[in-house]
Ligand binder design. Structure first.
Ligand SMILES: Cc1cc2nc3c(=O)[nH]c(=O)nc-3n(C[C@H](O)[C@H](O)[C@H](O)COP(=O)(O)OP(=O)(O)OC[C@H]3O[C@@H](n4cnc5c(N)ncnc54)[C@H](O)[C@@H]3O)c2cc1C
Length: 385
């Protein structure tokens, strides 16, 4: 955005500048290799962790930053996912969506043991909510957890779990009570729990640098301390946890839009057709005007939401609506950028070609566009809660 932001601070500017330089120097040159490898090198986790970005909202005694900042969370996601391969953000991102329930609800012993190694990037954690039979309909998950002789026994399956092959710790939603949302609890599951196994998921259309897994729980045995938070109150914890995940995907989509815009503009300034640079054709100029307006609107909306969070609010409806705006805008911006590239857009290695293959995961993952609109409608009091 060319207009100054009333929400920019010297701290944010410094963070954005430093992190962008890191992404430019340490990530961008390796994108093709990591996409081909279907993973990022393990050292990348620790290198990103140096920026403190896995420690937002977590006490310093556990390796966290000791403060939270919604703007800097946004800056992080925008810049990392905007690098040109959003799968790299996903590859390290399993921990950002699973760390908060551990920090909030794990026993003191587990917090001391688990949080520092996850926050420092030495170990990975992942969030397992989705099942083969239930994704959007979280209240209907079927993985079960039963108490037996002072232990918990888990049975069931989770699928599409990002970071699932690397993670050593899993936050898992399971059914401990009756049907529906009041019968769900959260558990902290170590990769070495008896009865736990995992299998990698096969090919994907995008997010190639990241891995997803199916997790299997076959009479998986957990200590009584594995329960995270109150029994049968896991649904609300899952919903609260989704807020920052969704805001992160919204910021990520913004970063991807900016990359589409910048790459298309570079191209349109170079490429000549009918004796003029592409950008000088009125129809193409209009595309840039519309694309930049969408980018500016999304950025303004996200910053306003971050401001509200910093005031102590959690604007659930706005986060849901912003995610839909960002992913629908991303579709528009990426499509226009490809149109501007012409045939070159269709070739592997074009910067927008990869983003085109990554749009749908932003529009579906962490709560699809349909589900986000439904949630917003309920939160706005227009339909039953
Ligand atoms: C690459 C990748 C990574 C992922 N990582 C994780 C992870 O780390 N952890 C995790 O737990 N999950 C993860 N997921 C799962 C993801 O969050 C789900 O795919 C998503 O929530 C949608 O669930 P579903 O696929 O079961 O679709 P479904 O719930 O079966 O929905 C299918 C379609 O129907 C629509 N729909 C469903 N219900 C309604 C309704 N009531 N009204 C209108 N439309 C409706 C949906 O919007 C969707 O378009 C990942 C998925 C992918 C592809």
């Amino acid at each position: 955005m060319t207009l100054p932001s009333p929400f920019m601070t010297p701290e944010r500017e410094a963070f954005r500048g430093n992190f962008q330089r890191f992404v430019d120097a340490e990530i961008k040159p390796h994108i093709e290799q990591w996409e081909a490898d279907r993973s990022v090198p393990w050292e990348l986790h620790a290198a990103i962790a140096e920026f403190g970005v896995f420690g937002f909202g977590i006490d310093e005694e556990y390796g966290g930053l000791g403060f939270d900042n919604a703007f800097m969370r946004h800056d992080y996601s925008e810049i990392l996912f905007g690098c040109g391969a959003s799968g790299i953000g996903a590859a390290v991102g399993g921990r950002t969506i699973s760390i908060s329930p551990i920090a909030k609800f794990a026993s003191e012993e587990f917090k001391q043991k688990v949080l520092p190694e996850i926050i420092s990037g030495r170990k990975m954690s992942a969030l397992g909510i989705t099942e083969p039979g239930a994704g959007s309909d979280v209240a209907n998950i079927q993985t079960s957890a039963e108490r037996k002789g002072g232990r918990w026994i888990l049975n069931g399956e989770k699928t599409y779990i990002t970071g699932g092959m690397d993670a050593e710790w899993f936050v898992i939603g399971a059914r401990t009570g009756g049907s529906g949302l009041t019968g769900i609890s959260l558990f902290l599951v170590p990769h070495y729990a008896p009865g736990f196994s995992r299998t990698p998921l096969g090919g994907k259309m995008g997010w190639h640098s990241s891995q997803q897994a199916t997790l299997h729980f076959d009479d998986c045995e957990l200590d009584s301390t594995a329960l995270l938070g109150p029994e049968n109150r896991g649904f609300i914890a899952i919903m609260n946890n989704f807020n920052f995940e969704r805001l992160g995907l919204t910021s990520a989509s913004l970063g991807m839009m900016k990359l589409c815009y910048d790459s298309a503009l570079d191209w349109a300034r170079e490429r000549k057709t009918f004796g003029r640079r592409l950008v000088e054709h009125q129809v193409i100029g209009h595309k840039f005007a519309e694309m930049s307006a969408r980018i500016d609107m999304n950025e303004a909306y996200i910053e306003r939401i971050c401001w509200a969070i910093e005031q102590g609010l959690m604007p659930v409806a706005e986060i849901a609506k912003a995610k839909v705006q960002a992913t629908t805008s991303l579709q528009f911006v990426a499509s226009e950028a490809m149109q501007i590239f012409g045939g070159a857009a269709y070739m592997l290695g074009n910067p927008v070609e990869r983003i085109w293959r990554e749009i749908k995961i932003m529009a579906i993952g962490g709560g699809s566009e349909e589900i986000m609109r439904d949630l917003a409608v309920r939160q706005m009091g227009l339909a039953g809660q």
